[in-house]
Design a protein around this ligand. Structure first.
Ligand code: SF4
Ligand code: SF4
Length: 113
């Protein structure tokens, strides 16, 4: 990476937080601009704690008798593996189509074609 490009990369990282390199995000876009993380329907959540125990990125924490998404941007872009483990179907994610669209818009914003 050239010096100028490297400085731009580091400046963006300072501003937006760590970037993520994943098959779905090969350009290393700023993680905080990728709205990919779980949402919990607290009407359904029974607080069983399966998602809290399961997620290797510690995205969830138990607060009172519910699970809460405390570190949304630590969720791996494109991962949904906790969703089917919730026994009551309380966890949801954006659709794959929405993810694709988000990444497409960010690539355009940052000048990647
Ligand atoms: S697995 Fe589902 S029901 Fe259990 S704590 Fe997580 S969101 Fe709530
Ligand atoms: S999708 Fe993967 S990384 Fe994201 S919260 Fe669920 S298990 Fe954790």
């Amino acid at each position: 990476m050239g010096e100028e490009k490297k400085e731009k990369y580091l400046a963006e990282e300072r501003y937006y937080g760590p970037k993520v390199m994943a098959p779905q995000n090969p350009f290393g876009l700023p993680r905080k601009e990728i709205k990919w993380f779980p949402t919990i329907n607290h009407e359904l959540c029974t607080g069983c704690g399966i998602c809290v125990e399961f997620c290797p990125e510690h995205v969830y924490e138990k607060q009172g008798d519910k699970a809460v998404v405390v570190r949304p941007y630590d969720c791996l872009v494109g991962c949904e593996s906790c969703r089917p483990r919730c026994p009551v179907g309380a966890i949801s994610f954006p659709s794959r189509q929405e993810l694709k669209q988000m990444l497409r818009e960010l690539r355009e914003k940052y000048g990647y074609r």
